[in-house]
Design a binder for this molecule. Sequence first.
Ligand SMILES: [Fe+2]
Ligand SMILES: [Fe+2]
Length: 411
Amino acid sequence: MKKIGILGGTFNPFHKGHLYIANAAYTQLGLDLVYIMPCGIPPHKDMDSSVTRYQRMSMCQKVCSNYPYLRLLDTELKEDGPSYSYRTLERIREGHPDWELYFIIGEDSLDQFSTWKHPELIAQSASLAVAIRRAGKSAGIDKVCKAIREEYGARIFLLDSDYIDVSSTEIRHIIREKRDGVEQALASLIPAEVLSFIREHRLYSNGGIELSPKKDIKPSDFPRLKADIEKKLEKKLKPSRYMHTIGVAYTSASLAMAYGYPMDIAFIAGLLHDCAKYMSPSELYAFCEKKDIEISAAEKKSPQLLHAKAGAYLAEKDYGITDKDILHAVKVHTTGCPEMNLLDQILFTADYIEPNRDKARRLTEIRQAAFKDLRLAIEMILSDTIEYLKETGKEIDQTTYKTYEWLKASR
Ligand SMILES: [Fe+2]
Ligand SMILES: [Fe+2]
């Protein structure tokens, strides 16, 4: 028999409290594994609907891949209706008759145990592993345990845990409010890999950061902003460049949908990525010199590359965009960069695969890869670009090489 712990929850987001409880169960009960089981739609909880179940699953997955004793269990995640613990535990038992189950819960949940659906069936399927604060047992816990043992025949184990007094609700609140010292506060509450996922996917921040100097722009302002930028660009750019721009904007939005990124932000980045392309190479060079924009060796030889940096400048000054992620994605859209974030990756790829493109090699393959494995698509784009530039004797920006090396090393 394998001794298996099951830790269920919404994990919206996964935080260190979850980790401490899982660890306490693993070490104190001598478990073989602890399964982290995110639920699909919880029966009682008010879910933050801006975060999808796949994003919650990804956060759990990231943590599990760093701890050998943790595994992800997607039994409840796949369900569309409410998940009830008694049913889930029965199903797990049927599927794994060689597992001895320990259902890991918090002290607060134990108090509520008799209000759950079919507590007697839960008690039949699994032992209860109850995490209590290391600081000491609350006065009534022995009484509660005794009552539950007597009424439902439950086996109950108490776990001494490094309980941290934090809830996912509070964490969401901290992020949304953008309180002072938020980064530091979050680092002490959330595992690093979850924090970078939250940051990269811009979760819990009401669809994104400000899109213009006016700080209170909401996603509902997106249609107006989109129309304003499109109108301006249509006048500035050649028709073929404008067509490409629209193609990149919609492709960016589609990739954003596929990877759980706010699509309005991705669309605006797509719209603005080539906004400086109305300038000739010599005009771009002069423009960057005048604006004190740094010019690399490769850009000196091929000033058309400067449209990315000049574009980021114009996006901010002429189009009023203050969103750092948009400006950064525009700035690096020709070369990528090591540590490129999700929006950088989305825009870089969209620029290459948008429907008006027809010349690049392996376009069909790269387009398909883009929606399944974004990093693989970027690796293919960079390797083909480097090969093409070498063959045609054109200048290769060092950042392109560096990005390629970074991607290969981080796979
Ligand atoms: Fe471009
Ligand atoms: Fe482009």
